[in-house]
Structures are given as C-alpha cells and as structure tokens.
Design a protein around this ligand. Structure first.
Ligand SMILES: Cc1cc2nc3c(=O)[nH]c(=O)nc-3n(C[C@H](O)[C@H](O)[C@H](O)COP(=O)(O)O)c2cc1C
Length: 137
C-alpha cells in the first residue's frame, strides 16, 4: 500500500455543480479502486491525500492528469504505508477556512501561497496536516 499527495490549481468554483461532481465520482470510483483519502481545498488550490494499492493510485493519476477541473498538478510525494489514515473515507472533503494548511503551518492567512507552503514543508509535516484533518472530522 502507498500514500500520495499532490497539489493543483482549481479551475472550478467552490460549491459549484462541477465541484460537487468531483466528489460524487471520487467516492464511487475510489471504492472500485480500493482508494481512501482526503481532498482539501484552500485559496484556489486542491491538496489531495490518497492511499491504497499502487495500481489504483496509478490509474487515478492518469485520470487526474487529463481532468480540466484543475491544472498545474504537482505530485508532492508518494511513499509506502503500513496502515490507512482514512480507512472509512472514500474521499473526505474540506474547504473551510478554519482548516487551513498555511495557518496550520504557522503562516498568516492569505500569505504565503499554498503551493509555496507545501513545497517547503517536509512530508512528515504534510502527512501530519492530514492527520489533523482526520482528527478534527
Ligand atoms: C481535484 C480533483 C480530485 C479528484 N479526486 C478523485 C478521486 O479521489 N478519485 C477519483 O476516482 N476521481 C477523482 N477525480 C476525478 C478524476 O479526475 C476523473 O475525472 C474520474 O476519476 C473519472 O476518470 P476518467 O475521466 O479517466 O474516466 C478528481 C478530480 C479533481 C479535479
């Protein structure tokens, strides 16, 4: 089993029908692929943590790379995993300002940009952020 985290720029408005469709598809297809995880939206960026069999992650990556609803996808990290962080969540989701990655890292709201924050963070830090989302939810 492996985990994967990527960041991308959102091309759909928050709470739009196009955004809602992402979660509906993700929940259904992740069950088929054996994937679980968390999709976080912040300041125009998606940050997604996904875990499961490597084949499932590869299949999802192919789909994600041709999805017009986001762009400039950057895989932040991928690594081995002993047990799932989100065993019961096909794909959880937050876009509330009180679950902010940059605030969680100690930055001020609005600054620095989410991509920069993520690029500078260690993978332990990023994974700990997703742990905090799980524990809050
Ligand atoms: C930010 C974002 C996150 C997504 N997360 C998932 C996901 O976790 N699981 C999934 O099956 N599809 C997810 N999708 C949708 C896929 O990109 C894709 O549209 C869907 O899996 C159908 O694949 P296909 O177009 O290859 O048939 C996501 C799309 C976006 C834009």
């Amino acid at each position: 089993m492996q985990w994967l985290v990527y960041i991308s720029e959102a091309c759909v408005a928050p709470q739009s029908a196009d955004a809602a469709q992402i979660y509906l598809t993700a929940r259904k297809r992740n069950q088929e692929l054996g994937l679980t995880g968390y999709l976080h939206r912040e300041k125009g960026y998606f940050v997604q943590y996904v875990e499961g069999p490597p084949d499932g992650l590869d299949t999802l990556l192919k789909s994600l790379r041709r999805d017009w609803r986001h762009r400039h996808m950057q895989v932040y990290g991928r690594g081995p995993l002993k047990s799932r962080r989100f065993p019961n969540w096909d794909m959880a989701f937050t876009e509330t300002p009180n679950a902010s990655f940059s605030m969680w890292l100690g930055g001020t709201a609005g600054e620095p940009p989410c991509t920069q924050t993520l690029a500078e963070a260690s993978s332990e830090t990023v994974l700990a952020f997703f742990d905090s989302l799980r524990d809050a939810g």
